[in-house]
Design a binder for this molecule. Sequence first.
Ligand code: ADP
Ligand code: 5GP
Length: 210
Amino acid sequence: MRNRGVLVVVSGFSGAGKGTLMNELLSKYDNYALSVSATTRSPRPGEVDGREYFFKTKEEFQSMIDNNEFLEYACYVENNYGTPKDYVEKQLEEGKDVLLEIEIQGALKVKQMTDDAVLIFILPPSAEELKRRLTGRGTETPDVIDARLKRANEEAEGIEKYDYVLVNDNLDESAAALHKLIQSSHCSTFRNIELINNIREGVKRFSEGE
Ligand code: ADP
Ligand code: 5GP
């Protein structure tokens, strides 16, 4: 049986390119599952319910909270976002590396909840490029862009709480670096206790003259 997958928490300022990087990982490499969150924000043009998000009313979102359906949830610039937990657990059990693209409050809740998660913060090459990307995406009004840049300034305070940072400069190279980073987590000692114990026992038997 495959080992349990790695829970990968990816955060970063709005416009840093998290969504683009996730799509790149999913299209280029096997063994990833992207968790689809629920949100109360409205769909952007081209977004499909159940693909980018499960789009919910405030009442529907609240009833998901009441039914304990979320691994974590948080409020971000006046909307609620949450990770449905059943899907995540099932995919991890099947050995998939599960990608959670979530903001910092949710990321820190996941970190508190389990030692098993790897937290990665995606940085833009520069603050200027961040603003260019966020504006260039053309999906938010100037007011919302300002609110998201303000929020980025707050989020910047928490970056050291993550395990790794990764700069999203050239997309191809950044996706490859992210993939390597995630795959190296499979080699951590605590994810390989069974393997370590097997070898330990074998070596012990030899040392006892078997
Ligand atoms: P986020 O999910 O972090 O809010 P997006 O993935 O929507 O960000 O990316 C924001 C904008 O930046 C999009 O228009 C996207 O095409 C662009 N973008 C993302 N990654 C790169 C990159 N490596 N180089 C140049 N543009 C990028
Ligand atoms: P956007 O509106 O740009 O799609 O997402 C806004 C922010 O919400 C991003 O930082 C994104 O990572 C975060 N987000 C998306 N889904 C979730 C979730 O399930 N939980 C939390 N805590 N944040 C989320």
